[in-house]
Design a protein. Sequence first.
Length: 297
Amino acid sequence: MKRFRQRPGEISEFSDLPLWQKADTIDLLYVGYGLLIVSLVVASYLLGALQWLPHDPNALNLNLLLAGPGTPGHLLGTDFMGRDLLTRLVLGIQAYFLPGLMAVASALFGGTVLGVVAGYRGGGAGLIVTFLGNLIDSFPRLVLILLVIAAFKPDIWYIMAVIGISNVPAVASLVQGKIAMLREKNFIEAAVALGLPTRTIIAKHILWYNCKALLIIQATLGMAEAILMETSLSYLGFGVQEPTPSWGNMVQSGANYFLQGNLWPSTAPALAILFTILGFHLLGDGLNNLLEGKRGR
């Protein structure tokens, strides 16, 4: 479909169309693939939480060690201990789903509060928020995670708490920039002149009407980062520990047999990581183009 750039003051024939009809095909594909991945992740999490699994994830079958995909009763085969790969892949979502949501929620909440304080109040409050953000950013994230692991234990909840806190400055900077843009349009001054309460201006006219899309996009990207960090640390032995399944420790355990020609035990969870992270990133990119109008028409 040919896109037309709307001139200032011109009423576009596409202005009243639903958002999905005004979107580029590539953005719809991005969002569609991302929503498919999110649906599969949520459905798999519920299956694991309700224990609606095809096999016991820790059941050993010494007669089917490293069985390939398509083995009767084991759609994706088995690992080096004869455990069903599909079951462990589904249950591996438990490792990052709730901790990842906690990291995303803490980053969005903390970043939104600090961003509003810095952008709306400004002055000394803005300087303090900027200083705190720079202070957090000055510490390497991996060093902070390793310090937490050394001080406590390799617990994914502690790790995700560090990730959430370390993402607060990025969200705060985006919210602060959005509010600064609104100030240039005399939006906030007009609302104050009309006598609207401060909480209404912040909650409704700033966050809901103008920052909602930004926060949704950051949530998708934050979840992708949480998955990457969890799987990477589990691969290195600092995250979820065996026998609890995680995509990261599944890749690590299967890699020991990679050179023997048994590729699938490590390839299957690696592909799950790849397609899931890609889905969240494409969802964020597509929503960014749709909701923020970043792709020119």
